[in-house]
Write a protein that binds this ligand. Structure first.
Ligand SMILES: [Zn+2]
Length: 119
């Protein structure tokens, strides 16, 4: 799927900047912060890549301390369990299925973490 957005059904637009901001907001449960992080960064194939340790840093506590690796992976697992993100997701790339998220215009269509290269 490289040919832009297929808007069958009821679709609306979201601000990825706002989603990325919400990912850092501790007012939201960690599981949903994972989801917001995916929504805020997803590219044209629905993949949101993070550098080593970047997601953990993004999901830090309000006082700036980092959460344990296991609390991050638990939140990712729970987000998968709620079907907020695709089962292929991990700390290096959160994936949104195309029935859930599509994007056209700006953004890449590759994912190094999953070895996907449409170009
Ligand atoms: Zn990926």
């Amino acid at each position: 799927m490289t040919g832009g957005i297929r808007f069958a059904g009821a679709w609306g637009g979201i601000s990825q900047i706002e989603q990325a901001r919400m990912a850092k907001d501790d007012a939201h449960p960690l599981t949903y912060r994972v989801y917001f992080a995916a929504m805020g960064r997803a590219n044209r194939i629905g993949h949101a890549e993070f550098a080593e340790g970047e997601l953990r840093h993004l999901l830090r506590r309000p006082d700036g301390t980092l959460r344990s690796e296991s609390s991050i992976s638990n939140a990712i697992r729970e987000a998968k369990g709620k079907r907020l993100i695709h089962p292929d997701s991990g700390a290096r790339c959160l994936v949104l299925p195309s029935h859930h998220f599509q994007k056209a215009g700006k953004g890449s269509a590759v994912c190094d973490a999953h070895g996907i290269r449409w170009a």
